[in-house]
Ligand binder design. Structure first.
Ligand SMILES: Nc1nc2c(ncn2[C@@H]2O[C@H](COP(=O)(O)OP(=O)(O)OP(=O)(O)O)[C@@H](O)[C@H]2O)c(=O)[nH]1
Ligand SMILES: [Mg+2]
Length: 488
């Protein structure tokens, strides 16, 4: 049997009374319209709040790519310094051990060369004096007793380097060689069942600079109950000893860096200490003291290589995305690390690609046959042509412009290494323009669909200038994703 609407008690309750007067009807309709307006307004408010919550919660995902030593981690540190200052300050003291490690490694590199050259020169003097003259031209390296003594007195730094390597783990060791012979070994990383590889396979939390730093941080925090106090005491004892030995070697470290014979030796052996990552010999006086506290610049310049992929979360403390979380993925850049990048391409909003353009005359550390600029071009081409990234915003940092300028001013000629550079002026603006045009051509030719060429000339160790660049990056990432109606 069919039931009429009037049978429903609820419907009956809200039906207008049968004997309603025209005035009463009018008043009721007005009240109903008003109630509907209020209800619509509430709905709209809820929608807006939900939308804003969604916007707040949805993190911006940014991937940092580029070859090893291109400045990815240094860029990440700039993000942290600029937008997540609280955490940055908390990590400050943990960086001390990394900076000590970098400094000690600088000194030991010189000591290795000194030992070799002293033995060569002694040998040459014994057997054939003229070959020694020929080798060092008109300025033979005149090693004296003081060099032997310096070598002896700085001997303890070898053990300190070993202790620090143990403390920091595999990130402290730079790569020797690789069995990967392509620039971008990530083109076909799909599983045999057709699915893509998951992130979890690749987040390797037991290595990389972040974990190395965490390890140091944990043992530095006062009153850690979860570490057996004996082992904590032991670790802190080692740290104190490291600081003492380094402070004790302060004058001798200064002496070797200021010694003219040693400087000459470095020139003759073509050792460019100042260009090596984590160079701190100009700051010995300030750093090699017991109560040393790293400055912002020291931390940016400190070097620990990245292994695997490290996720870093920063809730922006100011700027357009204040309160919003940004997830930055910092990857290891050596060729053997690159296969691990691919799974991160899937849902990333933007990529900052770092190409160190000062490296036009250098070879990859992991494969001495490959020119570093050439490797950056190949890698950039693979990123531009990757189908999965067709709609991802690409932001190019032509980095290490400070080193490029120094190199060119020092007389290194671009055309000797890049013949197509031709007769252009051998200065920073011309070289940067030339390299930039090449990167632009690659993007235009190899992108599956048209995309803008966004480029910044950077020196990411300059924290002030980089803060300005990062504000531009923030703006363009948000604008791009607004268009994609993805983040906003
Ligand atoms: N002078 C100069 N040094 C830079 C610049 N950018 C980075 N560096 C230094 O170069 C070294 C290597 O930089 P990282 O940021 O560790 O390089 P990365 O790309 O993370 O390298 P991997 O972790 O091995 O992939 C560090 O000591 C940085 O401080 C720059 O623009 N100018
Ligand atoms: Mg790194």
């Amino acid at each position: 049997m069919m039931r009429s609407f009037e049978d429903d008690p609820l419907t009956r309750a809200i039906l207008p009374p049968l004997n309603e007067s025209p005035e009463a009807r009018h008043a009721r309709e007005r009240a109903e319209a008003e109630a509907k307006n209020i209800s619509d307004e509430i709905d709209e408010q809820i929608r807006r709040e939900r939308e804003s919550d969604r916007r707040k919660k949805k993190p911006v995902k940014l991937l940092l790519l580029g070859q090893s030593e291109s400045g990815k981690t240094a860029t990440l540190k700039n993000f942290q310094l600029t937008y997540g200052h609280k955490e940055w300050a908390q990590e400050r003291s943990a960086w001390k051990m990394v900076i000590f490690f970098n400094l000690v490694r600088n000194v030991n590199t010189i000591m290795d060369i000194l030992a070799r050259e002293m033995s060569n020169s002694a040998h040459a003097t014994d057997s054939d004096e003229s070959s020694d003259e020929a080798r060092f031209g008109n300025s033979p390296l005149a090693f004296k007793e003081k060099h032997r003594l310096l070598k002896l007195r700085l001997g303890p730094l070898r053990r300190i380097q070993t202790d620090l390597e143990r403390r920091l783990g595999s990130s402290a060791v730079e790569p020797v060689s690789t069995s990967v012979y392509t620039a971008a070994p990530f083109g076909n990383s799909t599983r045999s069942d057709g699915g893509t590889l998951r992130h979890e396979f690749y987040i390797n939390s037991n290595n990389g600079w972040k974990s190395a730093l965490d390890k140091v941080k944990v043992t530095m925090r006062p009153g850690r109950a979860d570490i057996a106090s004996d082992s904590l005491r032991k670790i802190r004892g080692v740290d104190d000893e490291i600081s003492e030995v380094i402070a004790g070697c302060r004058d001798d470290m200064k002496a070797i860096w200021e010694d003219t014979t040693i400087r000459k030796m470095l020139t003759v052996t073509k050792t460019k200490m100042e260009e090596s990552p984590g160079f701190f010999l100009n700051d010995v006086e300030r750093i090699a003291v017991n109560d040393y506290e790293p400055t912002d610049d020291d931390i940016i310049r400190a070097r620990l290589r990245t292994l695997g992929v490290q996720e870093y979360r920063i809730t922006f403390d100011h700027g357009r995305s204040v309160g919003q979380e940004w997830r930055l993925y910092d990857v290891g850049g050596t060729r053997s690390c690159r296969a691990a990048w691919y799974p991160y391409f899937e849902d990333v909003h933007a990529i900052i690609f770092l190409a160190p353009i000062s490296c036009f005359d250098e070879k990859l550390a992991e494969d001495r046959r490959i020119n570093r600029l050439e490797d950056s071009y190949l890698l950039w081409r693979s990123v531009c042509s990757c189908q999965l990234l067709a709609r991802t915003q690409l932001i190019l940092f032509l980095n290490k412009t400070d080193l490029l300028e120094k190199k060119l001013m020092g007389g290194v000629r671009v055309r000797d290494h890049v013949p197509s550079f031709g007769d252009r002026n051998n200065d920073l603006p011309s070289a940067a323009r030339y390299f930039q045009a090449h990167f632009r051509d690659i993007l235009k030719q190899h992108s599956p669909i048209q995309r803008p060429f966004i480029v910044h000339l950077t020196s990411v160790i300059d924290t002030r200038a980089t803060a300005v660049t990062l504000a531009a990056v923030e703006e363009s990432v948000l604008r791009h994703n607004l268009r994609r109606a993805d983040l906003m």
